[in-house]
Design a protein around this ligand. Sequence first.
Ligand SMILES: [Zn+2]
Length: 126
Amino acid sequence: MSTPPHSFPDFSDLARSLILLKNKLDQRTKDFEKDVQEIRQYYSPRAKFERWKATEDGKMWKEKQHKRQRGCCASCSFVIQVKGSHIDHVQPLSKFPELATCVKNLRLLCPDCNTRKGSNDCKRTA
Ligand SMILES: [Zn+2]
């Protein structure tokens, strides 16, 4: 009976450990990417604007703006109510994210005008 000239270490435990480690790392990366996504969402111009809109400042601005516009849509002059009116970014939020809560860039539109406007129309009619 002869012994083999070389004995090779068994790497199967090491391989199993590495696979487990890789799976853990993949999961952590997924969790991290999800966190990054949520943080990006929280600080997005749209979210910033929506938070401002819900504050007392935002609500008061809307009331005052409604009076400044004499209760009319800034685009078609249709009579609007404070509650049903939409706050429009004159310079679109997609192109000017820094103006998300700049009140000089905001006006009230009727829902039809705001839906029709989209983000390409930058013309100021108010
Ligand atoms: Zn309108």
